[in-house]
Design a protein around this ligand. Structure first.
Ligand SMILES: Nc1nc2c(ncn2[C@@H]2O[C@H](COP(=O)(O)OP(=O)(O)OP(=O)(O)O)[C@@H](O)[C@H]2O)c(=O)[nH]1
Length: 590
């Protein structure tokens, strides 16, 4: 299944890349029946060298020189480069104005000037970019966008773009109707995506609060970090929250948000795969990566070197995807559970990040799907990792169940220990009181057990205890309770049983236990027990109604009776006498 997925992903990439070399037959954009088009291959471009040009100077430069057309839908020139001029032509063959939206579909662009020229006359100058407060921009949109009615005939459009950030310029021209539909589609897609990721993030935060397992908390941070990061680099954050804080603030915010999810993601992967246990060097590399890069970016911020910090940010983001894959492979070698799922998730995410990056850089065609491939990859990765975490949660629950069982079970005999007895015994006792049923307690103590230990050794002593426990456990009904009460002492709570019935039952088990033989190299060992029995006869115990007694008091009665059994010669059953002062019970002699 994993291999098939990988092949499909590769085919997808090949299909995308194969569309790259195609060139439009006509570079002039025809606005007749126009819907939507990316303009990279319809635009020529050059970079300003020394001083800022006017649109007339730029127009002259385009007319006089043979500047190249863009090789793909998005013209990309790297980080921190000189301002760029672009030129394309549109033709409206009809008599009516053609309402068109021009949008540069990426944020990070600081200053953009668009000049619309017809017959060498400037028809409109539209200025925008991140540097402007939101309400002063040409359109309420996350990217630079404006709408214009192109009049009949040929129009020239000159764009000057200036930015310190990544200079990727995917220009999209669309009819206004089509642009609104694209916006609506985008809003639905992003709503679904963010909703899903945020729900997963919250769910994992809750799991963290319940289990205190840090991988759930880090995963929650990782997802939330990605949403905020995506919100920021698509320009939506600046459209809604930080619109008026200026380009400087926005650039730096984007830069810092960019690294939040990679840092949280790397620590999540460390916690999930427990890298430290089998790959300490790789683990240290990961830890230092998450320290050095953010520190470098911070230093860049202090020195106001945005290009330097952005480069570090991009490096960390691409390094993060690579480290994820390496960690997955190392985990697989170390046979870590769920390493395979982790690898599939991270390879898919890395491919999708690659597609989005290549789309913006103009290496593969730029469209909604290639630009949003990173989100698709992230959702896929999020689902895969959620499956991994669900499995981990299941394991944690199983561990808890095992721990719980051990906390309540005596490891030598596998019957309840005192702790395991307490809660069900209280419930059983209270139910008996509520239902007016009799209830009896037996305390059973092996006689002269110390001698067995001394004569045959502790191992034989243990075997004797196990033998006695098995015999007692096999003698009880499902509704009764048995527990190891101390070293060589057991307790039984007998449901719906009077003291008289309890005494008879105690007599039977006393005789059964006396029959048992424990075979040892130095001969077979037998033993006897003394039993103290206490209970109610017709709901009256020690002169009190059962509902006036507590379970602890009933046990004290049985303890007094056991003390009497030991004192009066052992190997016998003694039952509670009517006058037993249970509140001042003597401690049984052992
Ligand atoms: N082998 C073994 N010995 C245990 C275990 N728990 C307690 N003991 C021993 O059981 C012995 C109990 O001795 P005592 O309390 O003197 O009681 P006793 O020898 O049975 O004498 P009476 O109860 O008076 O008949 C002690 O020596 C404990 O070390 C156990 O799990 N395994």
């Amino acid at each position: 299944m994993g291999l098939r997925l990988l092949i499909l992903s590769l085919m997808f990439v090949v299909l995308l890349v194969s569309g790259c070399g195609k060139q439009p037959s006509d570079r002039v954009v025809d606005l007749a029946g126009f819907e939507s088009q990316m303009l990279g291959q319809h635009s020529r471009y050059f970079q300003e060298q020394d001083h800022k040009l006017s649109w007339q100077q730029a127009a002259r430069a385009f007319a006089q020189s043979d500047y190249p057309y863009g090789a793909s839908e998005s013209i990309a020139l790297g980080i921190g480069t000189d301002p760029v001029w672009l030129h394309f032509q549109v033709n409206n063959p009809t008599q009516a104005d053609a309402g068109i939206r021009l949008a540069v579909k990426t944020p990070w662009l600081d200053v953009i000037d668009a000049y619309i020229v017809a017959d060498n006359t400037l028809i409109a100058h539209i200025n925008g970019g991140d540097y402007l407060p939101f309400e002063q921009r040409p359109m309420a949109h996350e990217n630079f966008a404006f709408e214009h009615g192109f009049s009949s005939g040929l129009s020239d459009v000159y764009l000057r773009v200036e930015s310190l950030g990544p200079m990727a310029i995917p220009i999209e021209l669309s009819s206004i109707e089509q642009a609104q539909q694209l916006d609506l589609g985008n809003a639905y897609r992003y709503g679904l995506l963010y909703g899903m990721l945020l729900a997963l993030s919250l769910y994992n935060l809750l799991l963290y609060l319940i289990t205190r397992e840090k991988e759930f908390g880090l995963y929650s941070l990782y997802l939330a970090g990605f949403v905020v990061n995506s919100f920021s680099y698509t320009g939506q954050l600046h459209e809604i929250i930080t619109a008026d804080f200026g380009v400087h603030f926005q650039d730096w915010l984007d830069c810092f948000l960019m690294i939040t999810y990679s840092v949280a993601g790397l620590h999540f992967a460390r916690a999930l795969l427990k890298t430290k246990n089998y790959a300490p060097v790789l683990d240290r590399v990961v830890v230092w990566t998450t320290i050095v890069f953010p520190l470098g970016i911070l230093l860049g911020a202090i020195a106001n070197q945005l290009v330097f910090s952005l480069l570090l940010g991009f490096l960390l983001n691409s390094g993060f995807a690579t480290l994820f894959i390496i960690m997955g492979i190392r985990a697989r070698q170390a046979q870590v559970d769920s390493a395979n799922l982790f690898i599939i998730a991270s390879v898919t995410a890395a491919c999708c990040i690659g597609i989005s990056t290549m789309a913006v850089a103009g290496i593969v065609p730029y469209n909604t799907y290639t630009f949003q491939a990173i989100e698709v990859g992230m959702v896929f990765e999020a689902i895969m990792l959620a499956i991994v975490l669900a499995k981990r949660f299941n394991l944690v629950q199983q561990d808890l169940a095992v721990a719980e069982k051990f906390a309540h079970t005596d490891p030598l005999t596998s019957v309840n220990n005192r702790r395991g007895f307490q809660q069900p015994a209280e419930a059983l006792f209270n139910a008996a009181v509520a239902n007016n049923q009799d209830v009896a307690v037996l305390l059973i103590d092996i006689d002269h057990f110390k001698r067995i230990n001394d004569q045959y050794g502790h191992t034989v002593g243990d075997e004797v205890i196990q033998l006695a426990a098995n015999c007692l456990a096999n003698s009880t009904r499902k509704t009764d309770l048995i527990a190891r009460w101390g070293g060589e002492e057991f307790i039984m709570l007998l449901n719906n049983t009077s003291q008289a019935e309890g005494r008879n039952f105690a007599e039977r088990i006393r005789m059964s236990l006396a029959e048992l033989r424990c075979n040892t190299p130095s001969g077979s060992v037998n033993f006897t027990v003394s039993i103290g029995a206490a209970g109610s006869n017709q709901w009256v115990c020690a002169g009190k109604n059962l509902n006036e007694l507590s379970l602890a008091e009933l046990i004290k009665c049985a303890d007094s009776a056991l003390y009497e059994a030991k004192k009066s010669g052992r190997n016998r059953v003694v039952e509670l006498c009517d006058a037993c002062p249970f509140t001042e019970s003597p401690v049984a002699e052992k």
